[in-house]
Design a protein around this ligand. Structure first.
Ligand code: ADP
Ligand code: MG
Length: 258
């Protein structure tokens, strides 16, 4: 499969009165259409910076991002962003929350609204349309946040530690649930996480970044025998421990090299 995005030698530094903070150095990797890529690395290494560059929010200082759409067109893929917190507004009903992006972007067409209705139905939120976010469980709120993101029909989904605000057990359930729903859409996904287990159990490939300034330490394609059952079952797959140990060693080999 051809890569729809190709990052080459991306570098970025923050500049302030105190000096320069080098966040990214020489980051190169490709992302294939429909692939679910996890980018993992220690806190503060530059993961969110990388995602902001991929989303187009900030310009890289060095390097390029090439686009190869399957249809040969050159436009940058439409990007949908999901962040750590669900960012639902308490003063709006669930329905008003999920159509917010359409409202802001003046895209309230009949097709889009019908798609939102379909998603609300498919994701079991139909009965909660008129409820407020505080009346929903953490898992349902994440589903609502996902619908709001999908409503704009993004081609590329960027997830920045989308589950890290949830407590551990909720996170196991919700991350498995949301990632299953995302996979069913067939969309291309780049998910940031600092949790190696989450990266391995949910993705097709883990790209491990070093501590700051982030460079790509290793890229590891993931094949888990139990992945078809659920990401939770995947954690019991015999290969899981192998991947975890490999990545863990890479992550902790840093200090010794310097
Ligand atoms: P991560 O998402 O991996 O935790 P970030 O990409 O948010 O890391 O940040 C990488 C580094 O850049 C950190 O050391 C952080 O303090 C610094 N940084 C992030 N944003 C800014 C900013 N706006 N100005 C200056 N430094 C920043
Ligand atoms: Mg971050």
């Amino acid at each position: 499969m051809q890569n729809i995005l190709e990052l080459k030698n991306i570098g970025y530094s923050y500049h302030s009165l105190q000096g320069e903070t080098k966040a990214l150095e020489n980051i190169s990797f490709g992302v294939a259409e429909g692939e679910f890529v996890a980018v993992a690395g220690p806190s503060g290494c530059g993961k969110s910076t990388l995602l902001s560059i991929i989303s187009g929010l900030i310009e890289p200082e060095t390097g390029t991002i090439a686009v190869n759409n399957p249809d040969g067109s050159l436009h940058y893929p439409r990007v949908g962003y999901m962040l750590q917190r669900d960012h639902l507004f308490e003063w709006r009903t669930i329905y008003k929350n999920v159509i917010l992006g359409l409202e802001i972007n003046h895209m309230m067409t009949r097709e889009r609204l019908a798609y939102v209705d379909q998603l609300l139905f498919d994701y079991g939120l139909d009965k909660f349309r008129e409820k407020r976010p505080s009346e929903l469980s953490g898992g349902m709120k994440q589903r609502a946040a996902l619908i709001r993101t999908l409503a704009l029909d993004p081609q590329l989904l960027l997830l920045d530690e989308p589950f890290s605000a949830l407590d551990y057990q909720t996170r196991l359930m919700v991350s498995a649930d949301i990632c299953r729903l995302i996979r069913n859409t067939g969309k291309t996904v780049i998910m940031i996480t600092h949790d190696l287990s989450e990266a391995i159990s949910l993705s097709d490939r883990v790209i491990l970044l070093s501590k700051r300034p982030a460079v790509v330490k290793v890229q590891m394609p993931i094949q888990l025998t139990l992945a078809d059952d659920s990401p939770l079952a995947a954690r019991n797959a015999p290969e899981f421990q192998y991947y975890f140990n490999q990545l863990w060693e890479e992550l902790n080999s840093e200090g010794k090299e310097m």
